[in-house]
Design a protein around this ligand. Structure first.
Ligand code: PLP
Length: 361
């Protein structure tokens, strides 16, 4: 039997009964449910700037978007949940790696709106210890009431999406109204709109303090963040370069992915032609052995971020991107006096799934 949805007692993020009026419309046509605490702070990183020499380093604190440990997925999923509420679904179904932050935030939003949530975990990261399967985001998913499923592959996005559709069929057969948030890049990148919004916020913060931004550094995985930032910047007439640090796949494949997602994101704004091949900067020098797998650069980055700036970065995404920021500065990619903004996309709960890496501490 399908467990009756909690939607009948649904609540808005502020605790008021949920009505369609809470679904705010942005970018003219796309609905979203507001959860993120914005604007997130734009902070200087004086200790890292001094340590590395060269450019002035800043951090956009999207780890502080607020809902259930925050991170970039809050801005992104606001748009999916706009669609979910509009369509009247009562069960949200999605997929991700075992330590997926996307799944954690989807479960958090479903919980707040009184919807059921089913999460499929893919086996993407071999050789991890017990903490990886029990702690961090996995623990949080369970606490927030998500129902978990296992998917044996780690590199089959279309297969993972097909398995989601099977879960949706089951929910439907039990009388539920499922909504699948897919993974494969054959779908419009609704979540990228959250990073179009972030660009507006960042440019306004920079304007207020008279800061000229010379470069942005971000992790790049599904490329909703990277693609959204690029679409947002170019739509505002800004040519700021965006360096995507690969966390999921090698540079060649990621380049294609970002180009596709950035164009699709610009397409959602009605401006697909805004993005050219020259806009895409990706670097896989800090991917290490692969997705979710650590190396010495990552270990150094996690310790530098925490030890110098009290910034907590994670082993899968923001830590590798921070390693990329450090590596690019050491390589001389930016001039002295240039202003470089690191987008801290969060992911902090996953740190606790990797405690075995820090046994020397
Ligand atoms: C903490 C964190 N940072 C960065 C990313 C990568 O963002 P995107 O998937 O938009 O490329 C993810 C994706 O799961 C994430 O969880």
């Amino acid at each position: 039997m399908h467990v009756p949805s909690r939607a009948s007692s649904s609540r808005s993020p502020d605790g008021a009964p949920s009505t369609t009026a809470e679904v705010r419309v942005s970018h003219g046509r796309y609905s979203r449910v507001r959860f993120a605490r914005t604007p997130t702070p734009l902070e200087a990183m004086p200790n890292m700037t001094r340590l590395l020499g060269g450019p002035d380093l800043y951090v956009k604190r999207d780890d502080l978007t607020g809902l259930a440990f925050g991170g970039n997925k809050v801005r992104q999923l606001e748009y999916y949940f706009g669609d979910i509420v509009e369509k009247g679904a009562d069960t949200v179904i999605t997929t991700g790696a075992t330590q997926s932050n996307h799944a954690r935030v989807a479960a958090a939003m479903a919980c707040r709106l009184g919807l059921d949530c089913e999460v499929q975990h893919e086996r993407r990261t071999p050789g991890r210890d017990e903490a990886y399967y029990r702690s961090g985001n996995v623990l949080l998913l369970k606490l927030m009431g998500a129902r978990l499923h296992d998917y044996p592959e780690g590199e089959d996005e279309h297969g993972a999406d097909a398995a989601l559709r099977e879960i949706a069929d089951r929910v439907r057969s039990e009388g539920g109204r499922p909504y699948v948030i897919p993974l494969a890049p054959t779908h419009p990148p609704l979540g990228a709109l959250g990073y179009v919004d972030m660009v507006d916020e960042l440019l306004e913060q920079a304007r207020e303090r008279g800061l000229g931004i010379d470069a942005i550094v971000t992790p790049t995985g599904s490329a909703s963040t990277h693609g959204g930032i690029l679409a947002g910047l170019r739509a505002r007439g800004s040519g700021i370069p965006v360096y995507g640090i690969c966390v999921r796949r090698r540079a060649e494949a990621q380049r294609e992915r970002v180009l596709d997602r950035a164009r699709a994101a610009a397409g959602l704004l009605g401006r697909r032609d805004l993005i050219g091949e020259d806009d895409i900067e990706v670097d896989d020098s800090w991917l290490g052995p692969g997705y979710g797998l650590p190396d010495d650069n990552l270990m150094e980055a996690i310790r530098l971020a925490a030890g110098r700036e009290a910034l907590i970065v994670d082993p899968v995404y923001s830590g590798k991107a921070f390693a990329g920021l450090v590596g690019l500065v050491r390589r001389g990619a930016f001039g002295g006096g240039e202003n470089v903004v690191f987008v801290h996309t969060g992911g902090t709960p996953a740190l606790f799934a990797y405690t075995g890496m820090f046994e020397d501490l």
